[in-house]
Design a protein around this ligand. Structure first.
Ligand code: ADP
Ligand code: ZN
Length: 430
């Protein structure tokens, strides 16, 4: 079902006109209301009147995460506090979190976006949706919650944690859709199996999965374990939260709600804008935001864009699954390695359980990339020859993809750490 036909199926020309109009307005609004943006524009010698076309966006300097940190907590605000109705913050792996502010209109827009991506993933008002994202400063829980309510689904706000109870609720309430991170969905599937549940105990049909990277192979594991159709959706708190883009059922990239978020792909180093289909860093501009306008935000997420209309009937631009973040790209002995490449190899193998950890260290002045892989079946550990064969095979496949040697360690089932929120799989000790 297409939630908003008008917005999601307009022609490219209509979309560009709408975006141009909104861009001009938002640039003027930011300049007039956000001291941060006024200063940024002035420093770059750009006036709102310089932005007349979409292409003119390239005159505007980028906004980066440290801009938000340096202006902690409310420095990017464009409204007095009486207009703010919600405050969220992102986890912030180092130092202060980044804070975001929402007005009533911002929340309305956010819910609209989430309702659209949920509908694109196949959810309707008949669904019973269990949300396993944390409810709190993290945008995941509340974002999905209000969007799914807007769609008319019955929402179970389970929040994160207490996995045994999550499984009980899934079964007893007859949940038909699950919201969470891919890694947590996989964990719930495993735990259900281990606790003696069968797939037929559940009515799950759809997985609305996001907030972290995944590979098609990982999604297949989730599908196998939970018997649902997993879909991927993307967002970040600086822009709005979840709801920036999401998969339709054609599985050909995530449709961007581009009447609200204008995407560009750039070369992360030079800032140069790239063409359709080229990989690069995603830069997003919110076109209607009031509480905290955000223009040309460098997401650090690596992806590419496709503008061709989709078989599902939507005409909105699609973004590819995130290949990685520019800051989690590892440089191993001079070679660029994305953790997602390693995941792709591991998940494609029958014998592995879908859980892995990556450890990078330096030994004798050399980078060493160690990959710990959890086995699906512990019995394998009893047969040295088979174990060695598997280890060598993983090593070989990783070498084919990464072009470097790795140290592969096979570990017993259910021994690696599990995550309720975003998985953290890489430790770099260098
Ligand atoms: P935090 O910075 O605390 O992680 P967010 O929740 O805003 O805060 O995280 C946004 C980031 O999460 C994105 O920039 C992206 O790297 C990642 N992310 C979100 N959804 C996806 C997805 N579907 N695929 C890959 N990465 C995602
Ligand atoms: Zn589509």
């Amino acid at each position: 079902m297409i939630y908003n036909k008008l917005a999601e199926t307009m022609t490219r020309r209509e979309m560009r006109e709408l975006q141009t109009d909104r861009l001009k307005k938002t640039v003027r609004y930011a300049y007039n209301n956000s001291p941060f943006y006024r200063a940024k524009f002035d420093a770059a010698g750009v006036k709102p009147s310089d932005v007349k076309t979409l292409k003119d966006i390239e005159k505007i300097p980028f906004t980066v995460k440290s801009d938000l940190r340096d202006n902690y907590p409310f420095g990017l605000s464009a409204v007095p506090m009486d207009k703010v109705v919600r405050i969220h913050a992102s986890s912030g792996t180092s130092g202060k979190p980044t804070v975001v502010l929402y007005t009533k209109n911002d929340l309305e827009m956010w819910s609209e976006c989430v309702a659209r991506i949920a509908a694109a993933a196949g959810c309707t008002d008949k669904d019973i949706v269990q949300i396993c994202f944390g409810y709190g400063l993290f945008t995941g829980g509340f974002g999905l919650h209000y969007g799914l309510e807007k769609l008319g689904a019955a929402v179970i706000p389970a929040s994160s944690g207490n996995s045994e109870r999550q499984i009980m609720l899934l079964k007893d309430f007859g949940a038909t859709a699950l919201v969470g991170t891919p890694s947590y969905a996989l964990y719930l599937g495993e735990l259900a199996e281990k606790s003696g549940y069968k797939k037929s105990d559940f009515k799950l049909r759809t997985g609305l999965l996001g907030a972290e990277g995944s590979t098609p192979e990982m999604m297949r594991h989730i599908e196998e374990k939970l018997g649902l159709h997993p879909t991927n959706n993307y967002g970040l708190s600086e822009i709005i939260g979840p709801g920036v883009s999401g998969d339709c059922l054609e599985d050909c990239g995530m449709h961007v709600n581009e009447d609200f978020f204008y995407p560009e792909i750039i070369d992360g180093e030079t800032g140069e804008v790239k063409g359709e289909g080229e990989f690069g860093e995603l830069v997003l501009t919110a076109l209607t935001k009031e509480g905290m306008p955000i223009i040309r935000y460098k997401t650090k997420d690596i992806t590419r864009l496709f503008y061709e209309p989709c078989k599902c009937g939507r005409t909105t631009v699609r973004m590819d699954r995130i290949k990685g973040r520019s800051d989690d790209m590892l440089i191993i002995r001079g070679v660029n390695v994305f953790p997602s490449q390693i995941e792709g190899v591991l998940m494609a193998m029958e014998e592995t359980a879908g859980h892995y950890e990556i450890l990078v260290k330096r030994e004798n002045f050399m980078d060493v990339l160690e990959v710990a892989v959890e086995l699906k079946d512990g019995a394998l550990l009893e047969n040295y020859a088979n174990l060695e064969r598997l280890r060598a095979e993983i090593h070989r496949r990783l070498k084919t993809v990464l072009q470097i040697d790795t140290v592969v360690k096979l570990v017993e089932p259910l021994t690696l750490k599990r995550f309720e929120g975003k998985a953290k799989r890489v430790t770099d000790l260098r």
